[in-house]
Write a protein that binds this ligand. Structure first.
Ligand code: APR
Ligand code: PHB
Length: 391
């Protein structure tokens, strides 16, 4: 029977970041991940970091490559009705965002954990969590054909939306809030220079489009697509044509095309469960909440949860104080609902929900108002760069 202080289920950005921060504070932990290291490292996800997330990664001693390779963006643009409006994040809030792929963050985390000799168990199958309503929770799992049992003080459920931790909580004890959207995002990655040095979110009568990047030589583009659309129906040529149609002429003309190196369709969902703590089990990141990617909040919200939970665990092991542990759920949910609201609102004004022209006129009117109101631009900017933290 193995023993650790904190058992972490899932080696996504939440689990790895929590593991690193606990390790740096002398708290023993084991990470159990169902997939292989290569599978986890190979995932393509978004890449806009709030300053708060950058600071937490620096605290986790993960700054070197991020600081040298990230792109710092002081603004973001909204395109609609054939024109585009720049939201000067820096001037409106004093803060910027950093473009640095989640794949890179995960790679840095894995390298740091491995360098520190962390107990990272990949391909841990049939993970089961138990007794988290007692002082000695247990985790069972199979690895290399053998069954293992682990006792611990706490379990951190960092196992994402489809993970085992949330599913192990008695149904009646959970309240779930969900909204699905009648469309998806078709995204491609291509080794071409980006159309612009900052992100462009575009509202168009044919649907949403986004111009993003991973570097000044690797671009990431998305177009809104139907949920029933098949990837095979989207050749690169069709993608580039549709993207350009949905952008103002001068931006469309700046799009440099090339072969896609990754292409995928992702559904959009808003999802929150309450509460986020059940005895000694804590839900973190995508296991607790999902936001549509429009607001670029997924990774930042996961990092915000880790920020509260690691401080609470450090305080507990240093002083036996439990007040931050008791406030984890309320604090993480407060921030989650703010991010869910912003991501829903931004999705609502930038996407095509129906063929009803009245809806589109309403969106254009809101974007026109927003582009002329410092108050409205500031509200968007402060949510986009990340709201202040409670702790
Ligand atoms: N046992 C062990 N590991 C599991 C299990 C299980 N039963 N179920 C899922 N996992 C692993 C997954 O394989 C994955 O590697 O848990 C990890 C969860 O990672 P993520 O889904 O990336 O969730 P999180 O770490 O919270 O990161 C949230 O990821 O999806 C993006 O937009 C999201 O940026 C946000 C970030
Ligand atoms: C991305 O670069 O993949 C990206 C950027 C901003 C978003 C979503 C995705 O809002």
């Amino acid at each position: 029977m193995d023993r650790t202080q904190v058992a972490i289920i899932g080696a996504g950005p939440s689990g790895l970041l929590l593991s690193q921060l606990l390790y740096l504070n002398g708290i023993d932990n084991i990470v159990l991940e169902r997939q292989s290291r290569e599978h986890v490292a190979g995932r393509i996800r978004a890449g806009v970091l709030e300053q708060g997330t950058v600071e937490l990664l620096l605290k986790a001693k993960l700054g070197e490559r991020m600081l040298s390779e990230r792109l710092v963006h002081d603004g973001v643009s909204l395109a609609f009705a054939g024109r585009s409006v720049r939201v000067d994040l820096k001037a409106l809030t004093g803060s910027s965002v950093s473009v640095y792929g989640q794949t890179e963050v995960t790679k840095d985390l894995m390298d740091a954990r491995t360098a520190a000799g962390a107990k990272l168990m990949f391909e841990a199958a049939e993970v089961a969590v138990a007794d988290f309503d007692s002082a000695h929770p247990k985790v069972r799992y199979r690895h290399n054909g053998r069954t293992h049992e682990l006792t611990c003080d706490f379990i951190a459920g960092c196992d994402g939306y489809h993970g085992v931790c949330r599913q192990s909580i008695p149904q009646g004890a959970l309240q779930t809030f969900e909204r699905t959207y009648p469309f998806g995002w078709l995204g491609i990655l291509a080794d071409v220079p980006p159309a612009s040095h900052e992100l462009i979110y575009s509202n168009h009568a044919r649907g949403f489009a986004l111009c993003s990047m991973r570097s000044m030589t690797r671009s990431r583009y998305y177009v809104q697509c139907g949920l029933d659309e098949k990837l095979e129906a989207w050749s690169d040529a069709r993608f580039w044509d549709e993207l350009r149609v949905r952008l103002p002429d001068e931006i469309a003309a700046a799009v440099i095309t090339g072969p896609s190196i990754e292409k995928s369709i992702a559904p959009l969902r808003s999802f929150v469960v309450e509460p986020l703590r059940f005895g000694q089990l804590f839900l973190v990141g995508d296991a607790a909440h999902i936001v549509p990617p429009t607001g670029a909040k997924g990774l930042n919200l996961a990092a915000a949860d880790v920020r509260v939970l690691y401080q609470a665990l450090v305080e507990y092991y240093r002083t036996s104080r439990t007040d931050l542990l008791e406030r984890y759920s309320q604090m993480a949910l407060r921030r989650a609902w703010q991010a869910v609201r912003f991501s829903w609102w931004f999705t609502s004004i930038m996407h095509k929900f129906s063929d009803d022209p009245f809806n589109h006129r309403l969106q254009l009117a809101e974007l026109d108002y927003l582009s002329g109101s410092t108050a409205a631009l500031t509200s968007l900017a402060e949510n986009y760069v990340g709201l202040p933290f409670e702790v």
